[in-house]
Design a protein around this ligand. Structure first.
Ligand code: SF4
Length: 467
């Protein structure tokens, strides 16, 4: 399962090569998307764009960075969740309109894409791509002539958007960072001296030696330009619903999202699992990489030693990840291999972050038993997936998910485990260490966030807060 995208932006003083910072930042966000990537650089009003299919290391080279001079830039890594994975759908997107040029990078999915596209096409709009991000760019461009500033045009556009979006928008003289009113996807602000940096995750700030300043608030628009950094809060005030699965799987463990360490959340999930689903065993192992931290938490709480039982091959190219079931099964064998000397004769607790279809778990359990494991007790550091995600995650339709159609016992038998336990959905707030925390857990609960209801008042300058 993969996530939609990662975004990274830089606004610095004249003379800065923003592209080289973007390049480093995108490397740190590569886990959020490996299909395509791109970078748009603003050189005193002239915007240059480089984007293509492939990893950051394949698309952006040292020569390109030399060509991409400019003090402001935005970058994007993509995994397609709306529209096909093609070069035309790669980001950033460039939009030329009456006021000049806009570059836009988007993480998330709109939930009202079809309705907006239909309405806009009915009024004569022509779209170049099949992705929802172009609709956002189109709305901003359409509102801009009636607004005094680009941020007002963005704020006005946000009234029409429903769903998950963290955005970076670069105009001739400004860089805007935007988080949707529910804060579903992460976005944070950092600094390197005078240079302002925005990133999907704080690990990307670390990659460029930026100091973390803060997460953007849900609904906030932060504007960076030559006069400084300002915050427009016309869409703030809703109950936040950040994606809980960022903590379980998507984000890197060295990131902090909304003041919660991803690593600590995963440790806590493992500790909670140990208390909810104890078992007598000799060794706790994780499915690398995202299961390892929860496995360590399980070990800490249970007192069962933590060890390494599976090795992940990090050099399997994404071209090997094929869509058919048979190909997926053989891909598991190439990507993961058990350490026979570690698991042979042992009663194992195997911790993974999720079960989607069940085929990968079945393959791993089979491999471990073939390597001599005496028992394999599977523990999952999230609740069962029961519902699809409409917000930028490729959780499959309910028909393809294992949990909606099978009892716990049936899934246990299907994957060949000696026992099976999922994290109790009621303990997700405890996992975050924030009693009373609000978040989106719709793929587990079916309680989708309310995507309408808040419409901002007219934008006025007294809503600005100066950083
Ligand atoms: S439905 Fe699940 S994956 Fe999608 S945003 Fe909500 S918590 Fe995240």
């Amino acid at each position: 399962m993969r996530e939609a995208c990662g975004i990274f932006g830089v606004f610095g003083p004249a003379g800065l090569n923003a592209a080289s910072l973007i390049h480093r930042g995108l490397f740190a966000l590569q886990h959020r998307g490996q299909e395509s990537c791109g970078i748009a650089v603003n050189d005193r009003g002239q915007v240059r764009l480089l984007k293509d299919m492939g990893l950051v290391s394949e698309v952006i080279g040292d020569d390109d960075l030399h060509q991409l001079q400019g003090a402001a830039a935005i970058g994007h890594v993509r995994y397609a969740t709306t529209g096909p994975g093609s070069r035309e759908n790669a980001q950033p997107l460039l939009t030329r309109y009456s006021k000049g040029i806009l570059a836009l990078a988007h993480n998330g999915n709109l939930a009202n894409t079809d309705a907006l596209r239909h309405e806009l096409e009915h009024k004569g709009a022509i779209f170049q791509t099949s992705i929802d991000s172009e609709i956002i760019a189109y709305l901003i461009a359409r509102h801009r002539p009636d607004c005094a500033t680009v941020e007002e045009a963005v704020s006005r556009s946000m009234r029409q958007l429903r769903g998950a979006y963290s955005l970076l928008i670069m105009s001739r003289g400004k860089l805007l960072a935007v988080r949707d009113p529910l804060g579903m996807r992460p976005l944070c602000l950092g600094r390197i001296g005078e240079t302002v940096v925005f990133a999907s995750e704080s690990c990307a700030l670390d990659a460029v030696d930026a100091t973390f300043v803060r997460d953007l608030d849900p609904g906030e628009i932060v504007v960076a330009d030559r006069s400084g950094v300002r915050s427009l809060r016309t869409h703030c005030g809703q109950v936040p619903r950040p994606c809980i699965f960022e903590y379980i799987y998507f984000a890197r463990p060295d990131s902090c999202l909304d003041s919660v360490s991803v690593y600590q959340a995963r440790l806590a999930a493992g500790r909670l699992l140990a208390s909810q689903h104890p078992v007598a065993a000799d060794l706790v192992i994780g499915v690398p990489d995202s299961g390892n931290d929860a496995a360590l938490g399980y070990s800490q709480a249970s007192g069962i030693p933590f060890g390494k039982g599976l090795v992940k091959n990090n050099y399997v190219g994404r071209t090997f990840i094929k869509p058919s079931q048979a190909q997926r099964i053989s891909a598991v064998r190439i990507k993961l291999n058990p350490i026979r000397s570690s698991v042979s004769g042992k009663r194992l607790v195997l911790v993974d972050d999720s079960i989607v279809r069940g085929t990968t778990s079945a393959r791993i359990v089979t491999m471990l038993k073939a390597a001599g494991a005496a028992e394999v007790h599977v523990r999952i550091s999230s609740p069962p997936f029961l519902w699809p995600c409409y917000f930028g995650t490729d959780i499959p339709t309910s028909e393809e998910l294992a949990a909606p159609h099978h009892t716990l016992e049936e899934i246990r038998q299907q994957i060949g485990a000696d026992s099976l336990g999922f994290l109790d959905p009621a303990s997700l707030a405890a996992m975050l260490g924030k009693p009373g925390a609000t978040y989106c857990d719709a793929c587990f609960s079916g309680r989708y966030p309310l995507l309408s209801g808040h419409v901002a008042d007219d934008d006025t300058s007294d809503r600005y807060l100066v950083e």
